[in-house]
Design a protein around this ligand. Structure first.
Ligand code: TXA
Ligand code: MG
Length: 355
């Protein structure tokens, strides 16, 4: 696997709640000298660079194979640090920050003129969030620069919720990435909610742990139609450039079964596949696993249909675990309530077919 220019990605274990100061200092030094660091957040692992250093940010796009028109989220320690990357911060932004930061809410605002436009993919807006994970917070404090950080996966792959997922994508990128800080599994498991504050009323561009109902308590928001996993036709103009790219998809074709009777249809599909001799993996609710009598190593019951938190926590891990082990992955949908809406958005984007 290795060649002359490849070096294994160096991984260090870090204590999630009391991160070792020496490790943080080392990672901060890498960032301050233009290098890349993979760090944990409460949502997914991020691939970070100093957001004020255009060459460091360019390396993020290179390593991920990310399309240059897809802007990055800038991570800051707190609301007080937003002024270094954004300007004309709307009043409503302060109310959202006071309520949800640090945490899984990203706010889109007018970008500061000094922020390199490679971060925003040329846009005059910037997406900013303050992550709640103690390691991310301690790293921001040690680095003393805002960190541009997309999810630490190769572009298009499911986001990494464990260090092993990052290694699967970037194991020979030790040349480009200084260090991977492994603090164990991320607690939430799907990416942050993205809320665009530059339109009136604010519009949710990506669903996440902070649900529209919670945002409505601050000010009424709308949800972009594309935030529910609807496909975007090529050539269509979209509010968030990330929407138009295929996402979260395992290499093995994923078929999503939604709506009433999904359990029965999964059962029929399984029977048919068995007769055809193809290998399937099923990801289903605990209820369907029981009702349909599915059993065996190829069935993963992720959680109850009323437990979207567990689904969010386990989903990307399940997709990566099953990828390239079978001919097809069949997944049962869950109700679009609370975090269930974010889970369904990710599943629809990952799906080759929806049944
Ligand atoms: O939970 C998260 O948000 C994780 C962790 C690492 O913080 N990060 C993450 O980044 O998911 P990424 O790059 O995988 O997704 C960023 C999303 C993309 O859909 C992108 O298009 C959108 O945010 N975005 C970034 N800047 C934007 C802007 N100025 N306007 C609209 N959308 C923007
Ligand atoms: Mg991503």
């Amino acid at each position: 696997m290795s060649n002359a220019s490849s070096r294994p990605l160096r991984t260090v274990r870090i204590e999630a709640n009391e991160p070792e100061a020496s490790l943080l200092q080392e990672a901060a030094d890498i960032l301050r000298s233009g290098g890349l660091v993979v760090f944990p957040t409460e949502t997914v692992y991020g691939l970070g660079a100093d957001a004020t250093d255009p060459e460091a940010v360019a390396r993020i796009f290179q390593v991920k194979g990310r399309p240059p028109d897809n802007p990055l989220i800038v991570h800051v320690a707190d609301a007080a640090a937003v002024g270094t990357v954004a300007e004309n911060i709307p009043d409503v932004a302060h109310r959202f920050m006071a309520r949800f930061w640090p945490g899984p809410l990203t706010l889109v605002m007018p970008a500061h003129p000094a922020l390199p436009r490679i971060v925003t993919a040329g846009l005059d807006t910037v997406a900013v969030r303050s992550p709640a994970h103690p390691v991310a917070q301690a790293l921001l404090a040690a680095a003393r620069v805002p960190l541009a950080a997309p999810s630490a996966n190769r572009s298009g792959m499911p986001s990494p919720t464990r260090a092993e997922h990052v290694l699967a994508d970037f194991q020979d990128q030790g040349e480009a990435i200084g260090v991977l800080l492994d603090a164990g599994p991320c607690t939430i498991g799907v990416e942050s909610t993205v809320l665009d504050l530059t339109s009136e009323p604010p519009v949710v561009l990506r669903l996440g742990r902070v649900a529209p109902e919670q945002l409505n308590e601050v000010t009424p928001v709308t949800v972009h139609t594309h935030a529910r996993g609807a496909a975007v036709a090529p050539g269509t103009s979209v509010a968030s450039p990330g929407m138009k790219h295929r996402h979260y998809a395992p290499l093995t074709p994923l078929w999503l079964y939604e709506g009433p009777g999904a359990g029965e249809r999964l059962q029929a599909a399984e029977d048919q596949a068995r007769r055809a001799g193809s290998r399937l993996a099923l990801i289903v609710t605990e209820e369907t696993a029981r009702e349909q009598g599915f059993q065996g190593a190829h069935v993963s019951a992720l959680g109850s249909r009323d437990d979207p938190e567990t689904w969010a926590h386990e989903l990307f891990h399940a997709l990566r675990r099953l990828d390239q082990k079978v001919d097809r992955i069949l997944v049962e949908g869950i109700p679009e309530k609370g975090l269930g809406a974010a889970v369904m958005d990710r599943l629809r984007r990952a799906a080759r077919e929806v049944h």
